[in-house]
Design a binder for this molecule. Sequence first.
Ligand code: HEM
Length: 322
Amino acid sequence: MAAKNTNMLSLIFSFIILGLAHLNLVNTLSANYYDQTCPNAESTITSVVKKAMLNDPTVPAALLRMHFHDCFIRGCDGSVLLNSTGKNKAEKDGPPNISLHAFYVIDNAKKAVEALCPKTVSCADILALAARDAVTLSGGPTWDVPKGRKDGRVSKATETRQLPAPTFNLSQLQQSFAQRGLSMDDLVALSGGHTLGFAHCSSFQNRIHNFSSKQSVDPTLESSFAASLKSVCPAKNTAKNAGANLDATPTTFDNRYYKLLLQGKSIFSSDQSLINSAKTKALVSKFASSQQEFQKAFVKSMIKMSSISGGQEVRHDCRVVN
Ligand code: HEM
């Protein structure tokens, strides 16, 4: 009997320890994580991002989307950065990630940081910092990024099926975000990431050709806007790089995306669906009329999204596991 009780107690004790360890994993991120070990990491990453965007203005959009896609699969663990190997097709070669680009910026940042403090700063942290810099350097807000993420050792192309699709309706989006601990408020604020960047025709094809059995074009699209999308993306589009900017100021981080959304000029069905509930529509209107409210909400939700945990090592090369 005594032995049974002892076993029971040790089982309970193990659960408590495991629980604490888990909490610890979630809570290890901190704003001053590298203060002692790599105090110049952040400024080094910022200058690499700055240099890259001067050469190529599409870099900030690419980095922001890359971080989002990293966090949504296995947590923010740099799994999106790993290359495919002989036996394994990695996330970056999964269908939604084929259009990710600017991986070289993370490689350059990692090289620069390794030269300062070897084997210290994770690739997942570098990506989170680069995404913040992308927003700030495009005229958006800045914030302290909590750090201390670890890099993962697994990356599977098949798991990119778990990313939300541009054809998703509001409840599908809500479910996808909720599975990662993110709310409807986070969904509306983070969709504001579509203030930067570009979409290929295939991502919004569903809205402009054969939309439904009754209408060939999505009736929620403003008609002249729909016509312009159709002209750049004809039904039998063969131009691989054809597409449209996500808002009228694609290199400036502003609240234009929400203003256009209210006018039926958003690119994806998923964007448009944000005005399909009273609650989300009220948020869209709030962000459309106040840049400040948008920025405040975006920062809060970015910190939340970029704290989804995963990973166990500090990779030496962002493209391969140690
Ligand atoms: C809510 C669900 C979301 C869906 C369904 C979605 C879907 C998409 C799609 C289909 C593209 C265009 C890909 C292409 O055709 O090349 C895109 C681009 C982009 N997305 Fe999202 N996205 C979502 C949320 C987010 C979030 C949360 C962020 C960041 C906070 C984000 C940032 C971006 C950026 C910056 C681009 C432009 C990328 C570039 O120009 O390289 N998206 N998104």
